[in-house]
Design a protein around this ligand. Structure first.
Ligand SMILES: [Zn+2]
Length: 440
């Protein structure tokens, strides 16, 4: 699978992460059903907006993009999105892009003009086997792409494979002059480098269908590559019917969202709609989803009765739903049906049946990346285990301090206390002995 990743120029919002979660579920279902999945998700680390924003803020472009790339990685990790098999950056693929352009020029489908290299849409449309417009349904006559008044540009719909260097902008050398990657070319170069000229699935947000994916496909087919066999596009997140924009993006940043719900609840929410449907955001819908998730979690906790339930097997209805174009809404309905049956079993005093059903719930939720057992141990691993280890060490210090005080060795007692304070640990003396906590 190749999925178009972020162009990190500002903090991620839930529109970005919806795509991350949607394709993570696709990948997890393939993995759960026995496929070996090579999953490539790129980072577009050079682009007009990155250069503009970095310049506006007086920062180097490479520092700007790296800063936000790390924010995206943190957000993916927070929501339990599996790391990609590889995460290539556009600027690392200039050699492959030069090679791709040479192949297109040799085939008669690209040309250099004013230091840039353009894809010749008219030549490709006229060629045998051309399918330009088939992905998006757009008509060539109605297209206008990129800059219009470039000397030597043959058609208004020709798009840039490579952009001529502008003063003050980063550039790389090519046989046609110094410049920087065009957006569409980078994904053809990166996907085929890792996955071969023909591969199974290409994914991305619906807003990428045109022009980005249409042009990727045109380049690759014109170069003689079979390219993606299946295209998958996840739909938008909207708020009050409006597509996510920059202003909404600030409101719906991942950090903001995680102030009102836990990461697993946000993931449940973002994954709950079918990937091809619009997800209409409202605070009420988010809270409703969070409550829905807690019903699953509560049941698994009650069914376990303190003894962790092992992951069992999903039900046939769940598999049917997932096999029908990754039908998560139906799959979730099946999970909730199983939870209801499990709660009834608990009410009837049938603990064994409840445990079986909880095992099935764990298997099904694992496919969606929301298994309560896994999330509970992940958060315990991050804080619980570390705190328990720290407690052992601090208690030893507190015993040494108590002994010093009993020996009236005030210097040693103060030294222990000061050392703990310097490490950010507050000690409080109570009637039952000293207690400790990390300073807020
Ligand atoms: Zn792409």
């Amino acid at each position: 699978m190749y999925v178009c990743g972020a162009t990190p120029q500002s903090s991620p919002h839930i529109g970005h992460l919806r795509s991350g979660v949607a394709f993570d579920i696709v990948r997890r279902w393939f993995l759960a059903t026995g496929y070996d999945v090579a999953f490539v998700r790129n980072v577009t680390d050079i682009d007009d907006k990155i250069l503009t924003k970095a310049a506006e803020n007086g920062r180097p472009w490479w520092e700007w993009v790296s800063t936000y790339e790390r924010e995206f990685t943190r957000a993916y990790n927070a929501l339990g999105v599996l790391p990609p098999s590889v995460e290539p950056r556009a600027t690392g693929f200039v050699t492959q892009m030069v090679d791709y352009m040479q192949r297109l020029i040799d085939a008669g489908f690209a040309y250099a003009a004013s230091g840039s290299v353009y894809f010749d849409v008219a030549a490709w449309v006229a060629a045998e086997g051309s399918d330009y417009g088939s992905l998006s349904g757009n008509r060539v006559e109605e297209m206008e792409q990129g800059e219009t008044d470039v000397a030597g540009k043959r058609g208004a719909h020709d798009f840039a494979l490579w952009k001529a260097a502008k003063p003050g902008e980063p550039s790389w050398p090519t046989p046609w002059g110094d410049g920087r990657p065009g957006w569409h070319l980078e994904c053809s170069a990166m996907s085929t480098w890792y996955l071969g000229g023909s591969f199974d699935i290409h994914g991305g947000g619906l807003d990428l269908q045109f022009p980005h994916h249409e042009n990727e496909q045109a380049q690759s087919h014109a170069a003689g590559d079979g390219f993606a066999q299946y295209w998958m596009h996840n739909h938008w997140v909207t708020m009050a019917g409006e597509k996510m924009s920059k202003s909404l993006g600030n409101v719906l940043s991942i950090d903001n969202m995680l102030e009102s719900v836990r990461p697993v609840e946000l993931r449940y929410y973002l994954g709950s709609a079918h990937y091809r449907s619009v997800l209409e955001y409202s605070p009420a819908a988010l809270q409703e989803a969070a409550a829905g998730y807690r019903r699953i979690e509560d049941f698994v906790a009650r069914a376990s009765g303190g003894e962790p339930v092992a992951v069992g097997e999903w039900t046939p209805a769940f598999a049917d739903a997932m096999n029908e174009d990754f039908g998560v809404p139906k799959a979730l309905a099946e999970i909730h049906n199983t939870v209801r049956a499990g709660n009834k079993a608990l009410a009837d005093g049938d603990a064994a049946l409840a445990r079986d059903l909880a095992g099935a719930v764990r298997a099904m939720t694992a496919v969606l990346g929301i298994d309560p057992g896994e999330w509970a141990s992940a958060s315990a691993g991050a804080s619980g285990a570390a705190e328990a280890a720290l407690d052992v060490l601090v208690q030893a210090e507190l015993e040494r301090r108590a002994q010093a005080r009993a020996d009236k060795d005030w210097a040693t007692a103060d030294e222990v206390r000061d050392r703990l304070a310097a490490a950010g640990i507050d000690v409080t003396d109570t009637a039952d002995g000293a207690t400790w906590e990390l300073k807020g």
